[in-house]
Design a protein around this ligand. Structure first.
Ligand SMILES: NC(=O)C1=CN([C@@H]2O[C@H](COP(=O)(O)OP(=O)(O)OC[C@H]3O[C@@H](n4cnc5c(N)ncnc54)[C@H](O)[C@@H]3O)[C@@H](O)[C@H]2O)C=CC1
Ligand SMILES: O=C(O)/C=C/C=C(\O)C(=O)O
Length: 480
């Protein structure tokens, strides 16, 4: 049984209260470890460590910060197997996904920001006719909080931490209590890479205690959060009156708009991925599939046939397509949504039932589920389910497709399938989302702005956007 510890001031330690929370293995439903149930006292100690480390870290040369971040990236790559196995066990995701997506991306996050910081420049403005020059410094904020979710545990944890550290901040970070393992392992890697003590402090615990203590702490001046929209609201209510900088990556209910003129085979294959990757537990998954009426029946038949071939299996099996959902509670939430959809006249074309895996009968497995709906107003098309469940529905024309796509409170991403360039330009301009993919899905370039509009959040991560978020601009006006 692994007893996870906090990582504060470069050392592993028990929580002050000595309180613990069970950690479950989604593949078999068994408790396989414990994590600290940290309180505001642990956060206080972490903040003190960060305060002590800040003067030196913020003045450390960019070359040195860059070298340390790139070393962390290399050590993650060298320990790929260890981290991938830990992620798969903790989260329930297929080992193949952890090995090819989660851990490589966590390593890329450190490498990317290790390089990006050496290219980050501030601006100067010559005030012509006034004999003055303005130049802008980009200074680290100080101590910042990074709070991440369970769906892409190390991937999203490091997506926040890497730019925060690169810009010279000291960090108090909390991974999800549901998937703490790889964040726990990261501490050792950071020490090995030479990250000074107190620069990164990883505190484990529940959202409404440990998480809230981070958000409420007066010395933590910025919060970068990814998770559910309602949690984002709670965080904003606390942080806004304290004038903290906030970056909120929240939920999505993303449309996947398929026109008859698309490359059909490519679309079909990608739509399987955009629907069910990571058990549908990615905020970017296309959970509302709208198909042009002329190809709707063909798509329905082909899509169902292809989904039937997906293997729901133990996360450690290398041929598993769909692993376990992250928790019993989450599995029940997803099943509740399927039942609501049925009550609201949704037709289950495939799936909808739990799956029993030999020797892992208590694991949280669910069939990939396709529901045919006749209206975009139903709950399953309006609320984030965050599981292996998609809906399909036909549309008549471009105007209707756009109306359906935008008719939701979320605005994270959209995917469009067409080979018509003019149509592409018209629709991409009018979609109310922060991200649009055309003829692809989740093709990521870490330089691009990442985030949503409407209830999908506030601000952007990625590229220089994150470096801007984690710095304060100070303008200096020099008269000569
Ligand atoms: N990226 C996304 O879009 C994600 C969306 N979700 C959505 O949110 C739903 C709920 O999932 P949860 O695991 O409960 O997500 P959550 O939003 O509660 O958890 C995300 C992180 O925030 C922390 N947290 C929770 N409450 C907090 C608070 N009051 N103050 C500070 N930190 C807090 C959690 O401990 C965790 O580290 C999911 O069913 C899904 O619909 C969940 C995870 C990721
Ligand atoms: O940065 C990415 O590539 C993906 C981010 C995904 C999320 O933020 C999410 O699923 O919550």
């Amino acid at each position: 049984m692994t007893k996870i510890q906090n990582f504060i001031n470069g050392e592993y330690s028990h929580p002050i209260s000595n309180g613990w929370i069970d950690n479950y293995c989604p593949a078999n439903g068994e408790v396989y470890g414990q994590i600290p149930n940290s309180t505001s006292e642990d956060i206080e100690i972490a903040v003190e460590a960060a305060k002590k480390a800040f003067p030196k870290w913020s003045q450390t040369t960019l070359e040195k910060r860059s070298r340390i971040l790139i070393k962390i990236s290399e050590l993650l790559e060298a320990n790929l197997d260890l981290f991938a196995k830990a992620e798969s066990k903790d989260n329930g995701k297929p080992i193949s996904l952890a090995k090819t997506v989660d851990i490589p991306r966590a390593a890329s996050n450190f490498r990317f920001y290790g390089n990006a910081i050496t290219q980050f420049a501030s601006e100067s403005h010559e005030s012509i006719g006034q004999n003055a020059i303005n130049y802008t410094l980009r200074q680290p904020i100080g101590i910042v909080g990074c709070i991440s979710p369970w769906n892409l545990p190390l991937y999203l944890f490091t997506w926040k931490i890497a730019p925060a550290l690169a810009t010279g901040n000291c960090v108090i970070a909390k991974p999800s209590e549901v998937t703490p393992m790889t964040a726990y392992l990261l501490g050792e890697i950071c020490n090995e890479a030479g990250l000074p003590k107190g620069v990164l402090n990883i505190v484990h615990g529940l959202g409404n205690t440990t998480g809230q203590a981070i958000v409420k702490h007066p010395d933590i001046k910025a919060i970068s959060f990814t998770g559910g929209t309602s949690t984002g609201v709670t965080i904003a209510k606390i942080a806004a009156p304290m004038f903290k900088k906030l970056s909120l990556e929240l939920g999505g209910k993303n449309p996947n708009i398929i026109f008859a003129d698309c490359d059909y085979e490519k679309m079909l294959e990608t739509t399987i991925r955009s629907s069910f990757s990571n058990q549908g537990q990615i905020c970017l998954c296309g959970s509302r599939i709208f198909v042009e009426a002329s190809i709707y029946e063909k798509f329905k038949k082909d899509f169902v046939a292809k989904v039937k071939t997906l293997k729901v299996g133990h996360p450690s099996d290398t041929d598993t397509d769909i692993g376990a959902l992250v928790s019993k509670q989450h599995l029940n939430k997803v099943i509740d949504y399927i039942n609501i959809a049925k009550k609201e006249n949704g037709i289950v074309l495939h799936g909808g039932k739990t799956v029993s895996i030999a020797n892992s009968e208590h694991g949280y497995y669910l069939e990939p589920t396709i529901i045919e709906v006749s209206s975009n107003k139903c709950s399953i098309n309006q609320e984030e389910v965050f599981g292996p469940v998609v809906t399909i529905m036909p549309f008549k024309n471009e105007k209707e497709a756009l109306q359906l796509a935008n008719d939701v409170k979320y605005g994270l991403s959209a995917t469009l399938w067409t080979n018509d360039l003019s149509k592409t330009m018209r629709i991409t301009n009018l979609l109310k989302t922060g991200i649009v993919w055309v003829n692809t899905w989740m093709l990521r370039d870490l330089r691009t702005p990442f985030g949503g509009v409407k209830d999908s959040g506030l601000g952007r991560e990625g590229g220089f956007e994150a470096l801007h978020f984690f710095t304060e601009a100070k303008n200096i006006c020099l008269k000569y």
